[in-house]
Structures are given as structure tokens and as C-alpha cells.
Design a protein around this ligand. Structure first.
Ligand code: ADP
Length: 379
């Protein structure tokens, strides 16, 4: 039950019973706020809404919000104002709640693009019937523009750095294959060292670029209905050969039809990082990938286990921090930057999930990821 100070609230209710007073307060808030009737006709439009959209109160009152006033599209440009798609309509008539604010695009009256973070709430009468809806929106255009600039920068930087490295690698491989003539033992030894160092440098650059790209596009998750079993299957298949090449057993047991709302690319990246680490930090034994869901809550549990070097207890608390690496010879002998688990943690959290680590130094590690699944009642 909501707790409040009843004396104070009783005083406030005399303010709120008078809508003029409430409107005065709403007009001082820097977020755009509007109230509609159940048919989405605009009944109130605050001053910040005027400023953000360029539409003055007298022009919008009595009109439907979808009539070219606040026509929202999602970030990919798909219309959201159709009756079946409108989040405000859904909040009012289907009682659908948003977990976090939705990012949408709209047009300013002068034609410019505005990116908004919006939340919606239905308004009920004392008898419990729906009497309208309220939308709150915040202009995040500048932040999004900055993030898009960063994303463009990382994408061109990525190209500039990777191209020369790929060329170097190609020539080194040709030299080592003796395509450019014979090598004596010392020359071959030196070239092998250069080749190994080049590989390490490439891996570090790859990690740093991944993080830069990740940070700059963290705002844009494209969630859709997703078969996580299929995603995990693909990840498992792509690592199978690598595990076998290292002489490891690779077992996977994935329940079929694990469905959730998620970003396919990001989740693939998260499980790639976990499985990649499991193989990287294991010299003998078994790698396991398991996934199942709780029949009651629909929550999906994915376990990635290995019998590798393990993570000392003292390091476990910090393991998901950016750039954190365990300081021991087992880790040092493998290249890395400490970015992978940070990225995993961020992706899982952006899917309203949780990740846990159990590990015994010298014996192995298990990372368990919990994600909100969609229950299929037909099963
Ligand atoms: P990187 O592997 O590039 O160093 P990660 O962020 O992926 O970065 O991992 C951070 C650190 O956590 C690693 O440096 C390593 O010390 C430890 N680690 C991660 N996964 C495992 C694992 N499966 N077994 C043992 N240590 C691990």
C-alpha cells in the first residue's frame, strides 16, 4: 500500500480539487505533459509541451494527439499513432504498462526532428472507470545526437584501424608460408613473434572498438519477439569447433522455444563473450551451456560453465567492472582488456535480467543469467 502523510495530503487535495491550481503547477515543470480523454483528445497541454513541440495550447486543445501534433514513430521510423499501436491508447484501454520510458521520434512544428523519452499513465475516476490518459515527455534530442556522432566516429575509427592491421596480418601470413621465398630459422622465429604480437594488438583494438561502439549505441536496443533457444543454438554451434580444437568437451542442453522480448544482436554478443571466456580460460575438461525456464514465472535461466582456472573469491565482486582483469599468470597468459564481462552485464541489465557468478579458483566457473521470458501457456 502506498504510504503518505495524510495531514499533508488532505491539505494538498484541496489544491488538486481545483484544476487551475494543478495546471499552474504542471506549467512550471520542465517536462512536457498532456492529458487526453479516452479518445486521445487533448484536454490539457503544459507550457513545456509548447516549448518542446512548438505547438501552442490554443492550437492543440480539443484535437486528437495523433492528428499531426505529436505523431510519434519509434526510433526505426515505424508509425506508433495507429489505434492498435499507440502506447497511450494501450495504457488506457489495455492496461499495458511500460517498464521504462519509451524513446520515440516526433516532429517539431517547424519540421525539425525531436527525440523524446515518453511515459504514459491511464487516469481513472473514483469509481474506477477510465477517464483519460496522461503523457509525460522529455526532449533528449541533444543527447541522442551526441550519441549518434560518437557511433559514427567509432565506426570510421574502426575502419581506419582495422584495415592496416588486416593488411599486416595478410603479408605476415604470406611471409610465414614462405610464399615470398625461403626463411632461415632465426627469421622465421622473429616473424612468428611479430605475428603473435600483431594478433594480440588486433584483439585489443577489437575489444576497445567493441566497447566504444557499445557505449555509443547503448541507447538503441531493438527489442523484438525472440527465440532465445535459437540464438543460443547459433552461439553454441559457432564455438563448438574452437572447443574441440582445444581438446575440450562441449555439452549443450537447450530447452526449445524459450521466448522473450530482446535484442538479438546484443544477446548474441553477451553469450558469445561468456562462452568465449569459458573456452579461453579453460585448458582441460568440459564447457557446458544449459538453458531452461521456470514453468510458473516464465523466467529463463542460462548457465555457462567451465572447468577452467576459476576466479579467486576476492576478484569476484569486481569482475563485471570495466577493464577489470584478474591479476594472475593464468589470466595474463591470455590476451584481453577486461571489457567483455562489463558488456555482458550491461546487456543483461538492459533486458531487465540478472547475472551471477559462482567460481572456485583452480576448479572452474559458472555464470548464470536470468532473463524475463514470455510464458507460452499452450505448452
Ligand atoms: P578479458 O577476457 O578480455 O580480460 P572479460 O571482461 O571478458 O575480459 O573478463 C574479465 C576477467 O574475468 C578476465 O580477465 C579473467 O580474469 C576473468 N574471467 C572471465 N571469464 C572467466 C572464466 N570463464 N574463467 C576464469 N576467469 C574468467
Amino acid at each position: 500500500m502506498t504510504k503518505y502523510d495524510s495531514k499533508l495530503i488532505n491539505k494538498m487535495s484541496s489544491i488538486f480539487s481545483n484544476f487551475d491550481r494543478l495546471a499552474d503547477i504542471l506549467n512550471q515543470i520542465s517536462d512536457g505533459i498532456y492529458i487526453t480523454d479516452p479518445d486521445r483528445k487533448i484536454l490539457f497541454w503544459n507550457l513545456a509541451a509548447e516549448k518542446i513541440t512548438g505547438y501552442r495550447q490554443e492550437k492543440v486543445l480539443g484535437k486528437r494527439c495523433a492528428d499531426n501534433i505529436l505523431a510519434h514513430t519509434d526510433m526505426a521510423g515505424n508509425e506508433l499513432c495507429g489505434k492498435d499501436l499507440c502506447p497511450l491508447h494501450k495504457a488506457m484501454h489495455e492496461n499495458q504498462k511500460l517498464g521504462s520510458p519509451l524513446k520515440v521520434k516526433t516532429k517539431h512544428r517547424d519540421g525539425g526532428r525531436v527525440v523524446l523519452e515518453v511515459s504514459f499513465t491511464p487516469l481513472y475516476s473514483l469509481e474506477g472507470g477510465i477517464i483519460g490518459g496522461l503523457e509525460i515527455f522529455r526532449d533528449v534530442s541533444e543527447r541522442i545526437e551526441l550519441e549518434e556522432q560518437k557511433a559514427r566516429f567509432f565506426s570510421s575509427l574502426s575502419h581506419e584501424l582495422k584495415t592496416p592491421l588486416a593488411n599486416m596480418q595478410g603479408y605476415l601470413e604470406l611471409l610465414l608460408a614462405k610464399d615470398a621465398g625461403p626463411l632461415n630459422e632465426v627469421q622465421e622465429e622473429f616473424l612468428k613473434t611479430v605475428y603473435e604480437q600483431e594478433q594480440k594488438l588486433s584483439a585489443i583494438i577489437e575489444d576497445l572498438l567493441e566497447m566504444g561502439h557499445f557505449e555509443s549505441t547503448d541507447f538503441s536496443y531493438e527489442k523484438s519477439l525472440l527465440d532465445l533457444s535459437a540464438v543460443l543454438n547459433n552461439v553454441a554451434r559457432s564455438f563448438y569447433a574452437l572447443a574441440l580444437k582445444k581438446g575440450l568437451d562441449f555439452k549443450y542442453d537447450l530447452a526449445p522455444g524459450l521466448t522473450m522480448l530482446g535484442d538479438r544482436e546484443r544477446l548474441t554478443q553477451a553469450f558469445n563473450n561468456l562462452l568465449g571466456n569459458a573456452i579461453k580460460y579453460t585448458e582441460k575438461g568440459t564447457i557446458e551451456l544449459k538453458a531452461d525456464c521456470d514453468r510458473e514465472s516464465g523466467e529463463i535461466a542460462v548457465k555457462v560453465s567451465d572447468s577452467g582456472i576459476g576466479i579467486p573469491e576476492d576478484d569476484q565482486k569486481a569482475i563485471f567492472e570495466m577493464f577489470y582483469r584478474v591479476e594472475n599468470p593464468g589470466t595474463r597468459s591470455q590476451g584481453g582488456t577486461g571489457v567483455g564481462l562489463y558488456v555482458v552485464d550491461r546487456i543483461i541489465k538492459r533486458h531487465d535480467g540478472r547475472i551471477f557468478l559462482e567460481s572456485t579458483h583452480g576448479k572452474g566457473s559458472t555464470f548464470t543469467v536470468y532473463l524475463p521470458g514470455l510464458l507460452n501457456r499452450d505448452k
